[in-house]
Design a protein around this ligand. Structure first.
Ligand code: FPP
Length: 224
Protein backbone atom coordinates (compact mmCIF):
# COMPACT_ATOMS: atom_id res chain seq x y z
CA UNK A 1 0.00 0.00 0.00
CA UNK A 2 2.73 2.38 -1.07
CA UNK A 3 2.43 6.11 -1.63
CA UNK A 4 0.41 7.29 1.37
CA UNK A 5 3.14 9.72 2.41
CA UNK A 6 3.41 11.26 -1.06
CA UNK A 7 -0.38 11.49 -1.33
CA UNK A 8 -0.43 13.52 1.92
CA UNK A 9 2.57 15.68 1.04
CA UNK A 10 1.01 16.70 -2.28
CA UNK A 11 -1.90 18.09 -0.27
CA UNK A 12 0.25 19.75 2.39
CA UNK A 13 -0.97 17.24 4.99
CA UNK A 14 0.99 15.21 7.58
CA UNK A 15 2.02 11.68 6.52
CA UNK A 16 -0.42 10.13 8.98
CA UNK A 17 -3.30 11.76 7.05
CA UNK A 18 -2.10 9.74 4.05
CA UNK A 19 -2.22 6.54 6.10
CA UNK A 20 -5.75 7.41 7.21
CA UNK A 21 -6.84 7.90 3.60
CA UNK A 22 -4.99 4.69 2.74
CA UNK A 23 -7.07 2.88 5.35
CA UNK A 24 -10.28 4.30 3.84
CA UNK A 25 -9.09 2.99 0.50
CA UNK A 26 -8.40 -0.42 1.97
CA UNK A 27 -12.07 -0.61 2.88
CA UNK A 28 -13.02 0.14 -0.75
CA UNK A 29 -10.50 -2.32 -2.20
CA UNK A 30 -11.66 -5.03 0.19
CA UNK A 31 -15.23 -4.62 -0.99
CA UNK A 32 -14.07 -4.84 -4.62
CA UNK A 33 -11.95 -7.92 -3.82
CA UNK A 34 -14.98 -9.72 -2.39
CA UNK A 35 -16.98 -8.72 -5.48
CA UNK A 36 -14.24 -10.02 -7.81
CA UNK A 37 -14.15 -13.36 -5.99
CA UNK A 38 -10.63 -13.02 -4.60
CA UNK A 39 -10.12 -15.67 -1.92
CA UNK A 40 -7.04 -14.37 -0.13
CA UNK A 41 -5.84 -10.78 0.10
CA UNK A 42 -2.61 -9.89 1.88
CA UNK A 43 -1.84 -6.31 2.80
CA UNK A 44 1.58 -5.01 3.78
CA UNK A 45 0.67 -2.58 6.55
CA UNK A 46 3.86 -2.29 8.62
CA UNK A 47 7.27 -3.80 8.04
CA UNK A 48 9.88 -4.71 10.66
CA UNK A 49 11.88 -1.77 9.25
CA UNK A 50 9.01 0.72 9.70
CA UNK A 51 9.81 1.03 13.46
CA UNK A 52 12.64 3.31 12.29
CA UNK A 53 10.18 5.94 10.97
CA UNK A 54 9.57 9.11 13.03
CA UNK A 55 7.90 8.28 16.36
CA UNK A 56 4.82 10.35 15.44
CA UNK A 57 4.26 8.25 12.31
CA UNK A 58 4.81 4.92 14.13
CA UNK A 59 2.34 5.95 16.85
CA UNK A 60 -0.08 7.11 14.14
CA UNK A 61 0.03 3.70 12.43
CA UNK A 62 -0.42 1.83 15.73
CA UNK A 63 -3.37 4.07 16.52
CA UNK A 64 -4.92 3.41 13.08
CA UNK A 65 -4.59 -0.33 13.69
CA UNK A 66 -6.25 0.03 17.13
CA UNK A 67 -9.08 2.01 15.58
CA UNK A 68 -9.51 -0.42 12.68
CA UNK A 69 -9.73 -3.39 15.04
CA UNK A 70 -12.28 -1.67 17.26
CA UNK A 71 -14.50 -0.20 14.54
CA UNK A 72 -13.98 -2.41 11.50
CA UNK A 73 -13.51 -5.96 12.78
CA UNK A 74 -17.19 -6.45 13.74
CA UNK A 75 -18.16 -5.27 10.22
CA UNK A 76 -15.55 -7.48 8.55
CA UNK A 77 -16.83 -10.40 10.63
CA UNK A 78 -20.38 -9.78 9.39
CA UNK A 79 -19.06 -9.76 5.81
CA UNK A 80 -17.50 -13.20 6.31
CA UNK A 81 -13.88 -12.02 6.32
CA UNK A 82 -11.33 -14.15 8.17
CA UNK A 83 -8.46 -12.12 9.64
CA UNK A 84 -4.95 -13.45 9.96
CA UNK A 85 -1.81 -11.74 11.21
CA UNK A 86 1.51 -12.20 9.41
CA UNK A 87 4.46 -11.01 11.45
CA UNK A 88 5.98 -10.97 14.89
CA UNK A 89 3.94 -9.96 17.91
CA UNK A 90 7.04 -8.68 19.74
CA UNK A 91 7.18 -4.85 20.03
CA UNK A 92 3.44 -4.60 19.44
CA UNK A 93 1.94 -3.03 22.62
CA UNK A 94 0.33 -5.70 24.87
CA UNK A 95 -3.21 -4.26 24.64
CA UNK A 96 -3.04 -4.17 20.84
CA UNK A 97 -1.64 -7.70 20.77
CA UNK A 98 -4.65 -8.87 22.78
CA UNK A 99 -7.02 -7.08 20.36
CA UNK A 100 -5.29 -8.74 17.39
CA UNK A 101 -5.60 -12.18 18.99
CA UNK A 102 -9.29 -11.59 19.75
CA UNK A 103 -9.99 -10.48 16.16
CA UNK A 104 -8.29 -13.62 14.81
CA UNK A 105 -10.28 -15.84 17.18
CA UNK A 106 -13.59 -14.10 16.38
CA UNK A 107 -13.23 -14.47 12.61
CA UNK A 108 -11.45 -17.83 12.41
CA UNK A 109 -14.38 -19.75 10.91
CA UNK A 110 -15.19 -17.18 8.19
CA UNK A 111 -14.45 -18.22 4.63
CA UNK A 112 -15.63 -15.54 2.19
CA UNK A 113 -12.22 -13.88 2.05
CA UNK A 114 -9.05 -14.35 4.08
CA UNK A 115 -7.43 -11.00 4.88
CA UNK A 116 -3.79 -11.46 5.87
CA UNK A 117 -2.54 -8.34 7.62
CA UNK A 118 1.25 -8.16 7.47
CA UNK A 119 2.06 -6.02 10.49
CA UNK A 120 5.51 -5.98 12.08
CA UNK A 121 6.28 -8.24 9.13
CA UNK A 122 9.55 -9.00 7.40
CA UNK A 123 10.09 -11.75 4.83
CA UNK A 124 13.55 -12.66 6.09
CA UNK A 125 12.34 -12.66 9.69
CA UNK A 126 9.53 -14.98 8.60
CA UNK A 127 11.97 -17.47 7.08
CA UNK A 128 14.22 -17.23 10.15
CA UNK A 129 11.20 -17.90 12.40
CA UNK A 130 10.22 -20.92 10.28
CA UNK A 131 13.71 -22.41 10.49
CA UNK A 132 13.86 -21.74 14.23
CA UNK A 133 10.51 -23.54 14.65
CA UNK A 134 11.78 -26.52 12.66
CA UNK A 135 14.94 -26.71 14.79
CA UNK A 136 12.87 -26.39 17.98
CA UNK A 137 10.79 -29.35 16.80
CA UNK A 138 13.97 -31.36 16.37
CA UNK A 139 13.73 -31.67 12.56
CA UNK A 140 16.66 -33.52 11.00
CA UNK A 141 18.54 -31.87 8.06
CA UNK A 142 16.71 -34.19 5.63
CA UNK A 143 13.36 -33.04 7.00
CA UNK A 144 14.16 -29.41 6.14
CA UNK A 145 12.82 -28.97 2.61
CA UNK A 146 10.62 -26.57 0.66
CA UNK A 147 7.40 -28.10 1.97
CA UNK A 148 8.46 -28.12 5.63
CA UNK A 149 9.69 -24.51 5.48
CA UNK A 150 6.42 -23.44 3.78
CA UNK A 151 4.37 -25.16 6.46
CA UNK A 152 6.18 -23.19 9.19
CA UNK A 153 5.74 -19.75 7.62
CA UNK A 154 3.12 -17.31 8.93
CA UNK A 155 1.10 -18.26 5.82
CA UNK A 156 1.14 -22.00 6.64
CA UNK A 157 -1.70 -23.83 4.94
CA UNK A 158 -2.29 -21.10 2.36
CA UNK A 159 -1.34 -21.27 -1.32
CA UNK A 160 1.42 -19.00 -2.61
CA UNK A 161 0.21 -15.65 -3.95
CA UNK A 162 -0.66 -15.49 -7.65
CA UNK A 163 -0.30 -11.75 -8.01
CA UNK A 164 1.59 -9.08 -6.10
CA UNK A 165 0.53 -5.50 -6.71
CA UNK A 166 2.73 -2.59 -5.70
CA UNK A 167 1.41 0.94 -5.97
CA UNK A 168 3.23 4.26 -6.41
CA UNK A 169 5.62 3.09 -9.11
CA UNK A 170 8.14 1.28 -6.91
CA UNK A 171 9.54 -1.91 -8.42
CA UNK A 172 10.88 -3.70 -5.37
CA UNK A 173 9.56 -6.50 -3.17
CA UNK A 174 10.86 -4.72 -0.03
CA UNK A 175 11.04 -7.93 2.02
CA UNK A 176 7.39 -8.84 1.28
CA UNK A 177 6.51 -12.56 1.08
CA UNK A 178 9.94 -13.24 -0.37
CA UNK A 179 9.62 -17.02 -0.01
CA UNK A 180 6.02 -17.24 -1.19
CA UNK A 181 6.58 -14.86 -4.14
CA UNK A 182 8.91 -17.26 -5.97
CA UNK A 183 6.52 -17.62 -8.92
CA UNK A 184 4.10 -14.77 -8.25
CA UNK A 185 3.26 -12.37 -11.06
CA UNK A 186 4.22 -8.79 -10.30
CA UNK A 187 2.12 -5.75 -11.19
CA UNK A 188 3.07 -2.18 -10.57
CA UNK A 189 1.23 1.05 -11.17
CA UNK A 190 2.24 4.70 -10.67
CA UNK A 191 -1.04 5.31 -8.82
CA UNK A 192 -0.56 6.14 -5.14
CA UNK A 193 -2.29 3.70 -2.77
CA UNK A 194 -5.06 6.09 -1.58
CA UNK A 195 -6.08 6.49 -5.25
CA UNK A 196 -5.86 2.79 -6.17
CA UNK A 197 -9.56 2.15 -6.78
CA UNK A 198 -11.80 -0.68 -7.98
CA UNK A 199 -11.05 0.09 -11.65
CA UNK A 200 -7.32 -0.13 -10.96
CA UNK A 201 -7.77 -3.47 -9.22
CA UNK A 202 -9.79 -4.69 -12.19
CA UNK A 203 -7.03 -3.55 -14.57
CA UNK A 204 -4.44 -5.45 -12.51
CA UNK A 205 -6.54 -8.63 -12.57
CA UNK A 206 -7.11 -8.27 -16.31
CA UNK A 207 -3.39 -7.87 -16.87
CA UNK A 208 -2.73 -10.93 -14.70
CA UNK A 209 -5.22 -13.00 -16.70
CA UNK A 210 -3.24 -12.31 -19.86
CA UNK A 211 0.05 -13.53 -18.45
CA UNK A 212 1.37 -16.94 -19.34
CA UNK A 213 2.56 -18.58 -16.15
CA UNK A 214 5.28 -21.11 -16.73
CA UNK A 215 6.57 -22.02 -13.25
CA UNK A 216 10.00 -22.68 -14.73
CA UNK A 217 8.63 -24.95 -17.47
CA UNK A 218 8.48 -24.36 -21.23
CA UNK A 219 5.59 -22.51 -22.96
CA UNK A 220 2.36 -24.51 -23.03
CA UNK A 221 3.67 -27.08 -20.53
CA UNK A 222 3.04 -25.18 -17.32
CA UNK A 223 1.38 -26.92 -14.40
CA UNK A 224 -1.76 -24.75 -14.70
C1 FPP B 1 3.55 2.91 2.64
O1 FPP B 1 3.42 4.23 2.16
C2 FPP B 1 2.49 2.62 3.59
C3 FPP B 1 2.70 2.25 4.88
C4 FPP B 1 4.06 2.09 5.46
C5 FPP B 1 1.57 2.03 5.82
C6 FPP B 1 0.34 1.40 5.26
C7 FPP B 1 -0.64 1.27 6.34
C8 FPP B 1 -1.95 1.61 6.26
C9 FPP B 1 -2.63 2.09 5.03
C10 FPP B 1 -2.76 1.45 7.49
C11 FPP B 1 -3.72 0.33 7.35
C12 FPP B 1 -3.38 -0.70 8.31
C13 FPP B 1 -4.24 -1.62 8.77
C14 FPP B 1 -3.70 -2.77 9.51
C15 FPP B 1 -5.67 -1.56 8.54
P1 FPP B 1 4.60 5.26 2.46
O2 FPP B 1 4.32 5.90 3.78
O3 FPP B 1 5.92 4.59 2.37
O4 FPP B 1 4.38 6.30 1.32
P2 FPP B 1 5.52 7.14 0.58
O5 FPP B 1 6.40 6.15 -0.11
O6 FPP B 1 4.74 8.00 -0.36
O7 FPP B 1 6.25 7.94 1.61
Amino acid sequence: MDGNGRWARRRGLPRVAGHREGTENLRRVLRAAVEFGIGILTIYAFSTENWGRPEEEVQGLLSILRHVIKEEVPKLHRQGVQLRHLGRLERIPAELERQIEEAIELTKDNSRLILNVAFNYGGRAEIVDAIRALIAEGASPEEVDGASVSSHLYTAGQPDPDLIIRTSGEMRLSNFLIWQAAYAEFYTTPTLWPDFDKDELYAALKDFNQRERRFGLVPGKSSE
